[in-house]
Design a protein around this ligand. Sequence first.
Ligand code: AMP
Length: 621
Amino acid sequence: MAKISIDIKSGNVKKESDLIIGIDLGTTNSLVAYIKEGNPVAVKGKNGKSTLVPSIVHFDKEKKIIVGDQAKAKLVEDPENTIYSVKRLLGKSYNDVQNVQQYFGYKILDEDPDSLVKIRVKDKYYTPIELSAEILKELKNRIETELNQNISKAVITVPAYFNDAQRQATRDAGKLAGLDVLRIVNEPTAASLAYGVDKLAEEAQTIAVYDLGGGTFDISILRIENGIFEVLSTNGDTYLGGDDFDKAILDFWIKEQHLNLESLEKQPSLLQELRLAAEQAKKVLSTEKNYQENIGGVKYSINKVQFNQLIQALIDKTIDSCKSALKDANLSAKDINHIVMVGGSTRVPLAKESVANFFGKEVFDKLNPDEVVALGAAIQADILAGNQKDMLLLDITPLSLGIETVGGLMDSIIPRNSKVPTKAGRNYTTSIDGQANLKVSVYQGERDLVEHNRKLGEFILKGIPPMPAGLPKIEIQFIINADGILKVKAKELRSNIEQEIEIRSQYGLSEEEMAKMLLESIHNAEGDMKQRALLEARNEANNILLSTDKFIVQNASILSKEEVETTLKFHQKLKIKVAETDKDAINKAMEELNEYTTPLAHRAMDVTIRESLKGKKVGKD
Ligand code: AMP
């Protein structure tokens, strides 16, 4: 049933819609789609030109947030305040990304290598979730303007290889953007749905989805049986895509014209013009045999044969990935029933031909490869809305299930709308030296703080052997059987002690109560997220304060009096900030303490290594 709401500020009457939208939240570009008169369509922007929204967020001088094409225009001019490829950072810790920091023009930081990354823009610290939420808000806005309706429900796609943390981060971004994320769908599954692969045959089918975008390549092998998709294997290269084709053309021209990259870098506007021309050449060569352009009085040209030579090795690499994916799925090329092409770079004829040759079959390429994932997401949304009669709906968990972690935060373990039966687990550790007991409190709900969710039960895992904080490995598993009964198990993996409870009252809520809980979670998303960010910053800071204390005691002999005093000064400042409520100030104080102590820690490490070598003989006697 549609409700009517009036926007008091503008006086506009907007229908509250039941429509569920499909969103492709991409690394380079994002799109939103819906079912219009029975067919999926992607929504264009106000200028009516493109369905693609560049996944780029720019902060202008007044810290106003700009998303999409206008943000993309700032990439060269103001790289520090223009955030791109944020999807690569979603759900990642600093440990996960430190090898690739050089790919980002902006500042990524984390003082605690195990916690999630943050991005500094001017004097504020943002999580990848908050930045992704800005992209989602833009898409929500786009479709609300197009349909003149308020939209609050969505299906969002993610790569098949996304782990639990990355999927949860995507859900959180949706919530922050005011969207109830009904389901997270794998991108290759969505692309297959767009081609109606699920309706092509009665018996089980095996599908290869070849996704070559601007900066990433993924191959996924899927199996579909009775409308249910299963990912058999995935492979790919997170730094291979159409951008590399552009670069190959640029390098070719630089060599041909005897240009020098160093001197070109001193003429950024010419270099930028050449880069754009290289991309244009690539696109033209998807349909023509030659490309030619005059830039700054010089003729630049390339033909299709030359281009194919330049990119042959890159395409071969993608075929090697296809071989690995097949091997992991225990299949050979002839076992594949259908091949689906996704991503703008699959327009390159050599890519298409090579894939068709390898699998020995024609590929599906009739749909716009930039749009197919979003179109499939819209179809999945339509299935969830119950509009596609021949699709079966499965039993699902109505609300997320999780446990309480430090500071009263909710950590979702089984997200809402998961198919039942299901099983999920995560590892935790202790926060105090010698901690013997761990309380496991189980909650249901979508809010960030457990106090706003519904408590289902709790138990205590007793008898953890004495160890320093952070060393025990405690696995918490949630298992829901086909009857909807939830079992929660906790096990300390070093000592094998375990404890469990069974919860039968998971569904003791009426539909109205559940709807109310959901609505509250969306309405409070921003406030909840702020509180979560503050609590997380405090937890991280407390860990750092503790390890700094230990560090000073353990290394008293190698630190000068002045070094100890300065460390304590930064330590004290952080302690004061932790007691206040400004998360950016806590982050800044952490960064300062960390910057000062890192060289001291390196020195301490060198001394320790030297000492330990002194006492020992290295190698065989
Ligand atoms: P995606 O990440 O899926 O949006 O893919 C974008 C990539 O597709 C970019 O590298 C584009 O240059 C590339 N692309 C777009 N159109 C074409 C085309 N006609 N021929 C070749 N590559 C294209």
